[in-house]
Every structure is written in structure tokens, then in C-alpha cells.
Design a protein around this ligand. Structure first.
Ligand SMILES: O=C(O)CCC(=O)C(=O)O
Length: 307
């Protein structure tokens, strides 16, 4: 049985690689002929993503001349409105009632809950996620025109009682593509007391801890999603990076590497998130809908990211 599972895994990995090459080639060529020159911070972020699987810096390092403040103010406005809503209060109640139960009730997603996931092209999350500067970095890393798969604003509810670690608070890989880049933009200060994320750079492909958890190629059984390997818990602490940062910190990370969210014990955690995949991703459906006001012009990378 073991040998059949092994062969099955090898064959599907190989087929996935073919699919990756075949489906990504057109956007790779398109990228080669249309890509823009990178500035030094963009180059640095791409290098760090390639070498370590993450980069952490300030939003001001990427967006200057008031652009960074413009975005932070817009996201602040969305959350301020959201906090006044009945749905936010209801979800907070549900969190308190279900505190000990498994599920994602410890997170409130502004976009899911407030706008039923329908975003217009002028929505600040869309403007930011498809901006030239961000796509210069993301597409520069993938070396192709990538797709914006999801964008959300998360509020992690907090409690000083320690419950079991749930869902994304357990070590896991994201699994729908060979590499997946997520951006987290902190809207409040994030540290160990309000759920800073942990990441293991050396768990990425061809690194020394790649075997801590299998990579998946569409064939992963649900029970493998949260690996139960004592080696992960016994890993030297210096192998684990904790994404701590003040408001306005931006984290780029390849979430195919092992990662987990932390517990929010003393205050809430608030951040925006964008996730990018390649055209070969197994998860083809975007996690948001675009309002009818959007006309695609595929010669623009920003438009392709939304297709
Ligand atoms: O920071 C967290 O709570 C977990 C986030 C996560 O696992 C993800 O976005 O894939």
C-alpha cells in the first residue's frame, strides 16, 4: 500500500509540474516582453522571496509621496465603518460563544461579511493589490503575470483565556500552487500578544526542512493538511521567524512554506491580506467577485491579475 501511495504521489507531482509549465508559459512570455525595470527595494524583496521565502519592511519603503498614508487611511476608514456594523457585533458574540470550538469564528473578515465579497475596481484593496508597484514585485518574483486570488481585511478577536490552537493557527502549507505569495499589511501593531504569524523559511522546496510536511499537487488528503509531526514542534526556535511589526509593516511571504497564525491574547490583530497564484493554480476560483463596473483590458498586468 505504501509503495502505491508513493508512486501515486510521484506521478501526480510530475503531472502537476507539466501542468505548471504548460499553463504558465504564455504569461511567462508575455511578462518577458512587457516587464518593467525594478527599483532597488523591489529587487531586494524579490531576492529575499527567492532566497528565504519572505521579506518584511515598511509600506513607506515601497510607496512614497503620501501614497502609503493614502492607502492606510482608506483601510482605516473601511474598518472604522465595519466596527459600527451589526454584523461585526454579532460575529463577536459568536466568537465568545464558540470560543472553545473548532472553526474560523476567531476571525472577522470585513470584506466577506460587509460587502458579500463584491468589490469594485476602485476599491482600495483592488487598487493596492493591482497597483504597478505591487505587481512589479509579485510578477517579478513569479516571472509571469500572476493572479490575485484573494483579498481580505482580517480582525482577529482576542481573549486572555488560552484555547486550543485552531485551523490556521496550526502549522500548515497553503496548497493550491507550487508557490503562493501572500502580502499582509498591518493596520495595528502586531506582536506575540496579538497573534503574529510564525514562518519556517527552511520548510520551502529544496531547503533542509522540506520534508517536515508533504507538498501537495492536488492529491493531498485533508488529514495531511495540518501535519502532525513532532519534529516541527521540536524545531530549533531560530528556524522560526515571527512576523512582528508596527502598524504600516508589510510582509511578503511564500505560504507554501510552513506557517501558522498566533493566538491573540491581549488585543485584536488587524491586517489586510492579498494572495497571488500563477495561472496553473489548482484553485481557479477567485475568493472575491468584481462589480459589474469592470471592463477587462488584458494588455494591462493589473487587469490580468483580476481575470
Ligand atoms: O495569521 C494567521 O492567522 C494565519 C494566516 C494563514 O495561515 C494564511 O493566510 O494562510
Amino acid at each position: 500500500m505504501k509503495i502505491i501511495n508513493y508512486l501515486n504521489y510521484r506521478v501526480s507531482s510530475f503531472l502537476y509540474l507539466l501542468r505548471y509549465i504548460f499553463l504558465n508559459l504564455p504569461q511567462h512570455f508575455f511578462y518577458l516582453i512587457s516587464s518593467k525595470k525594478k527599483n532597488s527595494i523591489e529587487d531586494q524583496i524579490i531576492d529575499n522571496l527567492n532566497n528565504n521565502g519572505y521579506h518584511i519592511c515598511k509600506l513607506d519603503d515601497i510607496f512614497q509621496n503620501g501614497e502609503s498614508k493614502h492607502y492606510l487611511d482608506k483601510f482605516h476608514d473601511i474598518t472604522t465603518e465595519g466596527y459600527k456594523s451589526e454584523i461585526f457585533k454579532k460575529k463577536h458574540e459568536q466568537y465568545i460563544q464558540n470560543f472553545d470550538k473548532s472553526g474560523k469564528h476567531y476571525i472577522f473578515k470585513f470584506i466577506d461579511n460587509l460587502s458579500q465579497n463584491t468589490l469594485s475596481k476602485n476599491h482600495p484593496l483592488i487598487e493596492f493589490g493591482t497597483s504597478e508597484k505591487i505587481l512589479n514585485i509579485i510578477n517579478g518574483y513569479f516571472k509571469l503575470h500572476s493572479k490575485l486570488q484573494g483579498t481580505e481585511i482580517w480582525h482577529t478577536f482576542f481573549s486572555d483565556k488560552k484555547n486550543q490552537l485552531m485551523n490556521a493557527q496550526r502549522w500548515h502549507r497553503d496548497r493550491c500552487d507550487l508557490n503562493i505569495i501572500k502580502i499582509y499589511l498591518y493596520l495595528n501593531d502586531v506582536d506575540e500578544e496579538n497573534g503574529a504569524m510564525d514562518f519556517i523559511p527552511n520548510s520551502l522546496r529544496n531547503k533542509k526542512y522540506q520534508n517536515l510536511s508533504k507538498f501537495s499537487f492536488g492529491n493531498i488528503e485533508p488529514w495531511k493538511v495540518y501535519p502532525n509531526d513532532h519534529r516541527i514542534n521540536n524545531l530549533d526556535k531560530k528556524e522560526i521567524i515571527k512576523f512582528i511589526g508596527k502598524k504600516g509593516t508589510i510582509v511578503f511571504v511564500n505560504t507554501v512554506g510552513l506557517h501558522r497564525g498566533g493566538r491573540a491574547l491581549k488585543k485584536e490583530r488587524l491586517f489586510c491580506m492579498w494572495s497571488y497564484v500563477t495561472p496553473a493554480s489548482l484553485s481557479r476560483k477567485k475568493k472575491f467577485n468584481l462589480a459589474n463596473d469592470f471592463k477587462f483590458d488584458l494588455s494591462k498586468p493589473g487587469n490580468y491579475a483580476l481575470k
